[in-house]
Design a binder for this molecule. Structure first.
Ligand SMILES: *Cc1c(COP(=O)(O)O)cnc(C)c1O
Length: 379
């Protein structure tokens, strides 16, 4: 059996090696390393894939979030609502810009931002909501967009983990993750569902004016060369990364299918055991399984993790500490107990290996090992 990894980038690369290598070689031969044709091609291909008017490639997913917030013209003290159970980047950029991150609880079953908690957190200073489509499944966008409309708020989707998943509204219309709010952001970090060979990210919007502003901010606040109308940053996707992404975008749907097959295998193996709660599928969203995350019910998580590690099976805790209990973000506003769902999840979640190259032997070995541990440690 092949060594089991959380993510197998090497195995995925081997299958498209010739295509990838020649795409990279083209960039090297052209010397168009920055803002080359490959970047424009990728931008257009991604616009078509997502069915969105504008894709603005940037340096990484964190930059994407920061630039999106800058483009909306928010002011210090403005409040931005985001979930407390997520990766730090979302709240980090809010804080860096002098805005006030207001964190809220998540749904215990889908791990996504909880609508009632958003309602309770809205104040006259609230200017935006940043839902994170966690682990590959869209948050309840219909309700979020309705709340935003009622309260005149911007919606910035963090689609760093959900590219390729779709959300269906009550009227039957479906949209790609990241294309429903005012702005969507994604990351092409190597282990993401669409990953490059370094850092990369992109911003999506259907708003022409906003797209222009975002482009300008990502490029030193300039539209006409060496004329700087607003304070910007320097954040670009380089041509080599774009070349890799152009190849991999063609396979994104099949990669996401492979992930879904892995998830179904895990689901079936664990279906009859109430000590292992498999991730809930939300009704309105497809799931592209950036992570496959179990909730453990009455099982010693660290003992299970160690047991698996000894058998050569990696597992990860995404995420061990909610944002409101992180040292850098602690303040008088929050204390332990404020967001019970997020706090409970941090104690009971365990993510299993999830990638495009897992085979049946590996999956059988992983699931058998998890179930063996549970048998040994019950009663
Ligand atoms: C990966 C990730 C980011 C940040 O992306 P980088 O490209 O690493 O900057 C932001 N938000 C979420 C939810 C992520 O998973």
């Amino acid at each position: 059996m092949k060594t089991i990894q959380m993510v197998d980038l090497r195995g995925q690369y081997e299958k498209i090696k010739v295509e990838i290598n020649s795409a990279i070689q083209e960039v090297i031969d052209s010397s168009a390393f920055i803002k080359g044709g490959k970047v424009v091609d990728f931008q257009q291909n991604l616009e078509t894939y997502l069915n969105v008017k504008h894709v603005i490639p940037v340096g990484n997913g964190t930059d994407a979030l920061q630039i999106a917030l800058m483009a909306l013209g928010l002011k210090p003290g403005d409040e931005v609502i985001t979930p407390t159970f997520t990766f730090i980047a979302t709240a980090e950029v809010v804080a860096l810009l002098g805005l006030t991150p207001v964190v809220v609880d998540v749904d215990i079953d889908t791990f996504n931002i909880d609508i009632e908690s958003i309602k309770r957190a809205i104040t006259p200073r609230t200017k935006a909501i940043v839902p994170v489509h966690l682990f590959g499944q869209n948050a309840e966008m219909e309700q979020i967009l309705e709340l935003a409309r009622q309260h005149n708020l911007y919606v910035i989707e963090d689609a760093c983990q959900s590219i390729g998943s779709t959300y269906t509204f009550a009227n039957g219309k479906s949209f790609q993750s990241g294309t429903m709010g005012d702005v969507g952001c994604t990351s092409f970090f190597p282990s993401k569902n669409l990953g490059c060979f370094g850092d990369g990210g992109a911003i999506f919007t259907n708003n022409d004016e906003l797209a222009l502003r975002i482009r300008s901010i990502a490029n030193h606040g300039m539209i006409e060369r060496y004329h700087h109308d607003i304070v910007g940053v320097n954040s670009r996707l380089d041509s080599i990364q774009a070349a890799v992404l152009n190849v991999k975008l063609k396979y994104l749907d099949s990669y996401n299918n492979s992930r879904q097959e892995v998830a179904t295998f895990y689901d079936n193996a664990f279906a009859n055991d109430e000590r292992l709660i498999v991730p809930k599928r939300s009704v309105n969203s497809s799931h592209v399984f950036h992570q496959y995350t179990l909730k453990l019910n009455g099982i010693d998580r660290s003992a299970l993790k160690d047991y698996l590690a000894k058998l050569g099976i990696p597992s990860m805790i995404y995420y061990p500490v909610p944002l409101h209990l992180q040292k850098a973000y602690k303040n008088d506003r929050y204390k332990l107990g404020d967001f019970p769902n997020a706090e409970k999840l941090c104690e009971c979640v365990l993510s299993l290996p999830m990638h495009t190259e897992l085979d049946t032997d590996q999956l059988e070995y992983i699931t058998r090992s998890v179930l063996e541990f549970i048998e040994k440690h019950s009663e």
